[in-house]
Design a protein around this ligand. Structure first.
Ligand code: FAD
Ligand code: DLZ
Ligand code: SF4
Length: 508
């Protein structure tokens, strides 16, 4: 009796647990482009195009490999419009009585499959280094779940950058060598780009016709859409950008949306690349003296540390995690996040990159758009939905802990030990945005003062009861307390003016 083997749009890996479990001779693979997945949030058109094009090509590869594949295109007249709907339709067509699938990366879809009126066997997703059980064991009994200690476990488990029991280079973490401001004259290569072939061309026309109202620019579309191309993109990164990845990891330069970042999260998160093979490629570059330890260690930490840790937290904390609003922030997300006018050069650059590339690099996400949303008191669920929509690497397992946890401090401090907030000084130190901004970063109050400068203090004072006992924040409050009374009143009044403008939908 045939079983259906569901392969989702972010499960495009030949070694997927559902495929390993299935029988090529008797089971039928089901893949479906469905409106529900494309619109449960209005994903960026480039993200939908990446997933549909990569799905079509992966389905063809499976067929070449001898699998029977039932593939539904979005515009098939019989398409039921949802994953469960498609499974039921295919079950009726084939007489299949059961489904096997690899665990989806969102509680939403896990719940739909668990409650589907067809027997569904959900297997672990072993494309990750750390299983749910291992993460639970690691978390058990710990007061604080800090990434650094988890990361060391993952180094030991994978053997990456290990010399016996010791870390390569004598240290676990080389961050003190990283995070330099970038000189203005750098010339990063950026990601490898690919001309759309006929299959991608068809998908682009479909996405344009069906999802033209979603935020974001579809063309030019130059993403990799096969594993072979994604491997080329990996080689390109290792060759050209990895050596300087660490140095300028937190730097931001106008008109350089990619800096020395990998631009590989798109491919890892939809399954075209595996995390270990990506890290092994970086490790080889270190062993071959092509890239220094600070770059390679920093890069590997992002993947076997942060990426695995975020997934661990998402599944450990449960299905209500993404709905947390620990600081009770309620303001609506301003129009500037959707490309509405803003006088802030840093926000404008981050949103423009997001619109054009379905990408912004980490420090733009954390210290520009995330920082602004937090200090402006924006509702974390609105912020989270924005991130889930606009980035081509966004799936809730990785997006929610990054946004609700790390960036918006809305999870009650599970991930971050203090909120990632800053005044304009940080952005000025790490970027060249302020030079071309309408606002003055050195002005703390009055007309033309950088909004980050006033909102920063407003946020800290609004949440003083929550943070004043936090040892890592004592300096901030001491600085505030040393300011004279009149100045403090002006700062808060000016912040209120900025917030009033946001509430009135006026340009900030
Ligand atoms: P690089 O900077 O070159 O890093 C290499 C790899 O490390 C990435 O490809 C990614 O797989 C991994 N990585 C680095 N930091 C993180 C992190 N904090 N969490 C998980 N993986 C990490 N990443 C996503 O994959 N999806 C998201 O939806 C997402 N949302 C984010 C939202 C906010 C507010 C913040 C602050 C970060 C978010 N990140 C997210 C993490 C990070 O910004 C992206 O992984 C990174 O920008 C992807 O670009 P890159 O491949 O060029 O990464
Ligand atoms: C993100 C996405 C989109 C846009 N479309 C589809 C789709 O049509 N079919 C599909 O199988 N998967 C799609 N995905 C990925 C799913 O949303 C993803 O599997 C879940 O969010 C769980 O991570
Ligand atoms: Fe951003 Fe303020 Fe600098 Fe303008 S002055 S770019 S708003 S940090």
């Amino acid at each position: 009796m045939t079983r259906l083997v569901l392969v989702l749009g972010d499960q495009l890996s030949p070694g997927l647990s559902a495929l390993k479990k299935a029988d090529k001779d008797s089971d039928t693979v089901v893949m479906a482009e469905v409106r529900e997945e494309a619109t449960y949030v209005k994903h960026h058109p480039k993200k939908i195009a990446l997933i549909f094009a990569a799905m079509r090509k992966f389905a063809a590869e499976l067929e070449d490999d001898g699998w029977t594949v039932l593939y539904s295109r979005l515009d098939d007249p019989d398409n039921a419009g949802s994953i469960v709907g498609e499974l039921l339709r295919r079950a009726e067509e084939t007489g299949a009585k059961g489904v096997i699938c690899t665990e989806p990366g969102e509680w939403r879809l896990i719940s739909k499959l668990t409650h589907a009126p067809i027997k569904t066997h959900i297997l672990q997703d072993d494309r990750f280094i750390c299983s749910h059980a291992e993460f639970e064991d690691w978390a058990e009994g710990r007061k604080a779940l800090r990434m650094e200690y988890f990361y060391r476990e993952m180094r030991r488990k994978t053997g990456l950058l290990m010399e016996g029991d010791d870390p390569a280079g004598g240290q676990w973490n080389f961050d003190h060598d990283n995070r330099k401001p970038a000189p203005g004259d750098i010339d990063p290569k950026g990601p490898l780009t690919f001309e759309p072939d006929n299959i991608t061309g068809d998908v682009l026309a479909l996405v344009e016709a069906e999802f033209g109202d979603h935020f974001g620019t579809l063309r030019p579309f130059t993403f990799a859409t096969t594993r072979a191309q994604a491997l080329q993109a990996l080689d390109h990164f290792i060759e050209h950008s990895l050596p300087t990845f660490g140095d300028y990891q937190d730097a931001m330069i106008e008109d350089q949306p990619f800096m020395f970042h990998a631009i590989l999260s798109f491919y890892m998160n939809c399954g075209l690349l595996g995390p270990v093979e990506v890290c092994e490629a970086a490790e080889r570059a270190y062993n071959d003296d092509h890239a220094p330890i600070n770059a390679v260690e920093g890069f590997i930490r992002q993947i076997i540390g942060w990426r695995e840790y975020m997934r661990g937290i998402y599944f450990l904390e449960g299905d209500e995690y993404a709905a947390r609003n620990g600081l009770e922030q309620t303001r609506d997300l301003p129009q500037m996040y959707w490309g509405g006018e803003t006088r802030m050069a840093c926000m404008s650059a981050a949103v423009e990159a997001t619109r054009d590339h379905a990408y912004a690099h980490h420090i733009q996400r954390l210290m520009v758009t995330g920082n602004f949303a937090l200090i402006a008191g924006i509702n974390p669920q609105q912020v989270s939905e924005w991130y889930l929509e606009v980035y081509a690497d966004a799936y809730e397992w990785v997006e929610a802990p990054n946004v609700v946890g790390m960036s918006q401090f809305a999870d009650g401090g599970v991930i971050a030990s203090k909120p990632y907030v800053s005044s304009g000084a940080y952005i000025n130190r790490m970027s060249n945005y302020c030079k071309g901004c309408d606002y003055s970063v050195t002005k703390k109050t009055g007309e033309g003062a950088c909004p980050f400068n006033t909102l920063y203090w407003h946020f800290l004072i609004t949440h003083r009861a929550r943070f004043s006992n936090n040892a890592r924040m004592g300096n901030m409050y001491r600085t505030w307390d040393r300011m004279d009374e009149e100045r403090r009143e002006t700062v808060l009044a000016d912040a209120e003016k900025v917030l009033a403008r946001l509430d009135a939908g006026e340009v900030v």
